[in-house]
Unconditional design. Sequence first.
Length: 137
Amino acid sequence: MEKAKLGLVVSGKEDRVVEGVLMFNEICIYEAKIDKQDEIEALMKEVAEFYLSQPGVIDVKYIKRTHRQEDFNAVKEGKPPIRLTKWVSKVTYILHWTLENEDVHAQVSKLGLEQFYKRWNRCLTTMPKILLGENIV
C-alpha cells in the first residue's frame, strides 16, 4: 500500500521512502487497439516491474478506464459512476508514476523507450498524451 503525506511517500517496498523531496510525476494517457488489450496489459506489468527496479522511481500505476460519469449533475447528486460494458474503436489506459526528480524521469524514460517502444507502438491507436509536473501536496 502507498501512504503519501506532505513530502513523505512510502511505497510497497521499504527502500522506497523519500522524505522532504519535491516529487516529479508523469501521467500518460494511452489509447490502445481493442484487439491488443491482453498484449498491452501484459506489457504494462513488465514495464511497471522494470520501472520499479530503477533507482529514484517511487511508484508506478497503470489504470484501465472502466467507468464513466453519467453527467455533471450525477456527480453533484452523489450518483456512482457507470461501468463501461463495451469499447468502441479503442481502450483508454492511464500511467501514473512518481519519481524523485525530473533527471530520474529523463534517465528512466530513455531506458524504457529503448527497451519497450516497438512493443508499445504496436498496441496504440495514436501517440499518448503526456502530462508532467511536481507535487503540490
